[in-house]
Write a protein that binds this ligand. Structure first.
Ligand SMILES: [Cu+2]
Length: 279
């Protein structure tokens, strides 16, 4: 099928409109704290660190787009202006001081524009502010255990709940934290290497047996936030979700009172529930 220039333009325009519709539709579908169909970007931010990550990601996208368009422009110029027909007698220039200075300094400046916000973000992630609450997450094959050392030292297991929504993200016992408080998360593994990751909070840290890793988040929004073990820890790797319920201070205090009683005798249960999950 041969298309005229006009038809071609029409088709391209149609494709672009479809693309824009998809992009705006994808954004509209995005749900806070969990993945959504047709989502192509990062999950919505619900912590200062994730906001910085999103900002840095968008900044890099601008930088790489400008560079790519610039290189494309250069290539097109070369192809059109300097092909054998248009330019039969090529220049024999081998050195040009000005251009050499530009193409040395240019990349240095671009790298500086990347490295400064990059280090700022790294420090923000790794420099723990004074914590209001500490939670210890222990990765096990294939579920998580959470301990609340500040609030009566109770501990409980959190297993995938098949009947809960969102599918493969719902758990029986969620982590509960107060909103707008600095939560220190200590992460370790009880058997193999797992990884504790919650995209909306911008945290992802390895759970390594014999080591205590630390990260932090401050949830700026209330609601449910989901994550996953993001380490290849074994056959049920994909079935150990992380669910965090962010609530008000009062609701958190009320939950602590209930949880203290509910999980008073929990620590011994780990292995029984592990056997359930492994089946
Ligand atoms: Cu795991």
């Amino acid at each position: 099928m041969k298309l005229s220039k006009g038809q071609m333009g029409g088709r391209l325009l149609g494709l672009m409109v479809a693309g824009v519709a998809l992009v705006t539709g994808g954004t509209a579908l995005a749900e806070l704290g969990q993945p959504a169909p047709w989502e192509y970007g990062l999950q919505g931010a619900a912590s200062p660190v994730m906001e910085s990550i999103t900002y840095f990601h968008d900044w890099l996208l601008i930088v790489i787009t400008v560079i790519t368009l610039f290189v494309l422009g250069l290539l097109v110029t070369v192809v059109i202006k300097f092909n054998a027909k248009a330019n039969p007698v090529p220049s024999r220039t081998t050195h040009n001081t000005l251009i050499e200075i530009i193409w040395t300094l240019g990349p240095v400046l671009i790298l500086m524009a990347i490295v400064v916000p990059s280090f700022k973000l790294l420090f923000e992630e790794l420099d723990l502010p004074k914590a209001d609450l500490t939670i210890k997450a222990t990765g096990k094959q294939w579920y998580w255990s959470y301990a609340y050392p500040d609030n009566g030292k109770f501990e409980f297991d959190s297993l995938l709940a098949q009947d809960k929504q969102p599918r493969l993200l719902g758990v029986d016992n969620e982590i509960v934290v107060p909103v707008d408080k600095v939560i220190r998360v200590q992460v370790t593994g009880a058997d193999v290497i797992h990884s504790f990751a919650v995209p909306a909070f911008g945290i992802k840290i390895d759970a390594i047996p014999g080591r205590l890793n630390e990260t932090w988040f401050k949830a700026t929004k209330m609601g449910m936030f989901y994550g996953q073990c993001s380490e290849l820890c074994g056959k049920n790797h994909a079935f150990m979700p992380i669910a965090v319920r962010v609530v008000s201070d009062q609701d958190f205090a009320a939950w602590v009172e209930v949880a203290k009683k509910k999980f008073a005798s929990a620590p011994g249960n780990s292995f029984a529930s592990a056997a359930d999950v492994a089946q």
